[in-house]
Design a protein. Structure first.
Length: 433
């Protein structure tokens, strides 16, 4: 998800450790999950209760309980042996398969080590995950296929970046400087000469006193975006993308499934909540006209087909903005599980494949909450738990209270107003907890 560990800001690393926990919601009877850190039994019991499973029907293993907290299987021979033993018996519902948050080279090593590789393993061993999670590659492919993208430049730090910002900043008064590989806005820096422009989608903001190159150089240098770091001869410095920022734009996403031998399928789409970084979704998107929704979904399917044409298969998502002038601009794609992948699987299991036509989902992540047992009591006391019979209520989809004191939730309602009402009641309950 990031080119280098040091590209992930220190304050958000605990959230990255927990992100894969979301995919626990995709487990079915007999499945085995391997996650970075232990998952609390209380949360697993709650999850199984929502899904109608018995806790002992699944196995959740942690890297913390093995030789090293590394995802490379060669570092954890006892875990490899444990898993090989567990999958030695055939499944009653079919063959064993590996599913992952992001299918990188380490995952392919697991496939091979467990005897579960397939025809596409060689393609993913050749860095497919990096290819479809790199913003510069997205720009090249999208531009060549005629997709609308923001005007921008691929650069390295130093003079190339100063020149790009100097050239592009006057277009709207703001640009976004993005790390080529990073996630959720964590590698983004908002640069503006207008203090009235808000920088949604960026963790840091830089204000320049003017549009002159000398002022831009000074401001970027103070923000740590100055000259490239000293690196060994022959090594390439990390790349960045400088893009024109469109103020007052609305943000959307689409998630798709890309099979190896069938057309891509749209899974879900929605509004991105930005405060100013991504903080949740409203699903399906409600701030688009019918024509705009149709264009978003059709273009997303075409973009997924473009990724499929270079050999990609698996989870796929793309981010889009709608400018005040009504133009849809594609920002990036990612070949990995998205922020709503687990919710899509969850809602299909609880509500059916047509859930987008039946309910509205409001989600929030990084929400301050008390420890999990107290949180469950508060939901119960306020009658906020998801009700299977009605198909509405609050589902806590991620428990990060031990690490960061936060949770992720989804509010399920039969309308926007009902989903928003559950959210308000939850906020009130959390404020009193």
């Amino acid at each position: 998800m990031a080119a280098r560990l040091q590209d992930i800001p220190e304050q958000v690393r605990p959230y990255y450790h927990a992100m894969a926990d979301r995919l626990l919601w995709t487990l079915t009877d007999g499945d085995i999950a391997v996650v970075a850190e232990p998952v609390k039994k209380e949360f697993l019991s709650y999850m199984c209760a929502v899904l109608g499973m018995q806790p002992d029907s699944i196995s959740v293993l942690s890297l913390d309980h093995h030789e090293r907290t590394s995802w490379y299987p060669g570092h954890n021979p006892s875990l490899v042996a444990n898993l090989r033993s567990r999958i030695s018996s055939p499944r009653p519902d079919g063959d064993w398969l590996i599913s992952s948050y992001i299918r990188d080279r380490d995952v392919v090593a697991w496939e091979r080590g467990l005897g579960l590789s397939n025809a596409s393993s060689d393609t993913f061993a050749d860095n497919m995950a990096e290819l479809v999670n790199t913003k510069s590659v997205f720009r090249t492919l999208a531009r060549s296929a005629g997709f609308p993208i923001a005007d921008g430049r691929v650069v390295i730090r130093g003079d190339e970046m100063y020149d790009a910002v100097t050239e592009l900043l006057p277009v709207t008064g703001a640009v976004i400087v993005k790390q080529d590989m990073n996630s959720g806005g964590d590698g983004n820096v908002f640069v503006t000469s207008d203090p009235d422009i808000r920088g949604d989608g960026a963790r840091w903001s830089v204000h320049t006193a003017g549009l002159e190159k000398t002022e831009i150089r000074r401001a970027l240098s103070e923000a740590g975006l100055g000259a490239p770091p000293a690196i060994p001869a022959g090594c390439s410095p990390a790349k960045y993308i400088v893009e024109v920022f469109h103020p007052r734009s609305l943000s959307f996403y689409a998630e798709l499934s890309v099979p190896p031998d069938a057309p891509p399928r749209l899974c879900n789409y929605g509004d991105l909540r930005m405060t100013p970084l991504w903080s949740g979704f409203e699903i399906p998107a409600r701030r688009l006209t019918a024509d705009q929704r149709e264009r978003l979904c059709a273009q997303a399917l075409r973009l997924a087909g473009l990724a499929q044409s270079i050999g990609y298969s698996g989870h796929f998502d793309c981010d889009v903005i709608l400018t005040p002038g009504g133009e849809l601009i594609f920002n990036e794609f990612n070949g990995r599980a998205g922020g709503a992948t687990h919710m899509d699987v969850l809602c299909r299991r609880l509500l059916g494949d047509d859930y987008l036509d039946q309910v509205v989902l409001h989600t929030r992540n990084s929400v301050q909450a008390p420890e999990f047992r107290k949180l469950m009591l508060s939901l119960e006391e306020n009658s906020l738990h998801f009700e299977h019979a009605r198909g509405t209520g609050i589902i806590v989809t991620q428990d990060n209270t031990a690490r960061t004191g936060t949770i992720e939730y989804v509010s399920v309602g039969r309308s926007h107003d009902e989903a928003a009402s559950y959210e308000r009641l939850l906020e009130e309950a959390l404020s009193c907890a």
